[in-house]
Write a protein that binds this ligand. Structure first.
Ligand SMILES: [Zn+2]
Length: 499
């Protein structure tokens, strides 16, 4: 079987200490230069091909201020794109503008590009180069394609001027994680199913030195993980289970190293179960494993960044099928922590598989648990697809959760976690109801439901990925599948102190 992992035809990244010169222009198909919004003419005079630039600039002065100036290639020089950088309000807007600039630049189908700034403070220059690099990488990354005639990306190399590899490590690592998440999510459901997903993850573990353990259905039976097994019961196969991946970034040389556990919902196809979905709401349900892809994408990014903490990934992999064995409304199910659940709707399967995954992962006493799940339509109803919902059993995390969203450009919004919401989930026959009959506040109730499976002493964040799929893309991501969460998580984990 061919590998299900992203192909390795990514552009080569080069670093050069040089700044913009005739030589740089002569040796690249395209040079992208980021300049302040209102350049003095003296600035344009510093550029190679300045007479042409000044001429163009004078012509545009009578009209709207230009977003960019463009000179096409000639016999001595590659093309030159001067991008006037507006003052963005936040990282999201910066990424969005960088994506617009790349959309323009990519029309040239350049094989080699160079990226630099002119007349900007070093700190601002570094941020802008990173933002534009993120947009170029996201915009040129390929997703699975089964056409007989393929049109591969033409971009072969990116030269980063004025910087070293250390300056771009975070952008490159989060890109790799985001691309992995988008790639896996985009695979068709007859290609990516529990069994092939498991093998792809094992292959990835081998490449990156992670320990891998697959908790099979029979092992889950021993753990009395009834909530997970209720969902996997209708599968025609027995390949469902929990993939556990382990990166040791801290404990190999420090016994007191922190451990963070990332958990992901990996429903490889969600029919809705016996409460079958309609045509339109089932159409994209091969992407219902995006939470697990974001968790493993985050693990990849943190591994590439060599963070000095241990990271575990617990990925709940199954389909949610319809069939004679499918779990039904009014069944009472016992989860691995003993909590009994009155089933209401088979399409609320995400919280069922997460319940046991959270409870089992918590037994290993992590210092923090973060779960990612395309969990509720209610969260999309509340936020649209532009942001994702955040919930935590630590109210004091709220500021840093949202701050990580502002800094990374992957914006999250905190919802209440007040205990009185539990009243809505009181069941006459079991400890808790799976969900209510209407979808009112379902994103909050789903988080309160999950809270029953997380011991109070373990700090926990739940991300309801309402921005996992957005038509036209989001920020610098051009595809409908956004891989949202990797940038947020890396920012949160590397900057938040969770002692
Ligand atoms: Zn569902």
């Amino acid at each position: 079987m061919d590998s299900l992992l992203p192909q390795k035809n990514q552009p080569k990244i080069r670093y050069a200490k040089d700044s913009l010169s005739e030589k740089i222009l002569a040796t690249h198909d395209l040079v992208m230069v980021l300049v302040p919004d209102k350049p003095a003419k003296t600035l344009l005079r510093q550029c190679p091909r300045s007479p042409e630039l000044l001429h163009q600039y004078d012509q545009t002065q009578s009209q709207q201020p230009p977003n960019w100036l463009y000179l096409s290639a000639n016999k001595d020089s590659g093309a030159l794109l001067l991008i006037f950088v507006k003052n963005a309000a936040n990282a999201f807007e910066s990424l969005q503008s960088a994506a617009k600039a790349w959309k323009e630049a990519s029309k040239l189908s350049a094989a080699s590009i160079a990226l630099c700034t002119l007349d900007l403070e070093p700190a601002q220059s570094n941020i802008l180069l990173n933002t534009h690099l993120a947009a170029i990488l996201a915009g040129s990354a390929e997703l699975p394609n089964y056409k007989q005639k393929k049109t591969p990306s033409t971009l072969k190399s990116i030269t980063l001027l004025q910087g070293s590899s250390a300056d771009f490590a975070n952008t490159l690592a989060t890109h790799a994680g985001n691309h992995l998440a988008r790639w896996l999510t985009a695979l068709p459901p007859n290609t990516l199913h529990c069994e092939s997903y498991r093998h792809a993850l094992e292959q990835l573990a081998q490449q990156h030195g992670w320990q891998a353990e697959f908790i099979t259905q029979s092992a889950l039976k021993k753990h009395k993980a009834g909530a997970f097994l209720a969902v996997s019961r209708a599968n025609a196969h027995s390949h469902a289970g929990i993939m556990r991946l382990n990166y040791r970034g801290g404990s190999h040389n420090n016994k007191t190293a922190k451990k963070i556990t990332l958990i992901g919902k990996g429903i490889c196809f969600d029919t809705g179960g016996i409460n079958l979905k309609s045509h339109k709401s089932m159409y994209d349900m091969h992407t219902d494993m995006q939470g697990s892809a974001v968790a493993v994408g985050t693990l990849l990014a943190l591994t590439l960044l060599k963070v000095p903490v241990d990271i575990e990934c617990w990925l709940a992999l199954t389909e949610n099928e319809i069939g004679p064995n499918a779990y039904r409304p009014q069944e009472v199910i016992t989860a691995s922590n003993g909590v009994t659940i009155q089933v209401v709707h088979s399409d609320a399967e995400g919280r069922m598989v997460l319940a046991d995954t959270l409870a089992l992962a918590a037994k290993h006493k992590p210092n923090l648990m973060i779960d990612f799940a395309t969990l509720t339509g209610a969260c999309v109803g509340a936020l649209t697809e532009r942001m994702s919902g955040a919930f935590s059993n630590r109210s004091e995390f709220r500021d840093s959760i949202e701050q990580a969203g502002c800094i990374s450009g992957e914006r999250v919004w905190s919802f209440p976690m007040d205990a009185d919401f539990d009243t809505e989930l009181e069941s006459p026959v079991a400890d808790i109801m799976q969900c209510t009959h209407d979808s009112k506040g379902d994103h909050i109730l789903a988080a309160r439901f999950l809270n029953r499976f997380v011991p109070e002493h373990i700090p926990w964040i739940h991300i309801d990925l309402s921005s996992a799929n957005k038509t036209g893309g989001l920020a610098h991501i051009p595809t409908e599948i956004t891989g949202f969460g990797v940038r947020w998580a890396v920012e949160f984990i590397t900057h938040h102190s969770f002692n």
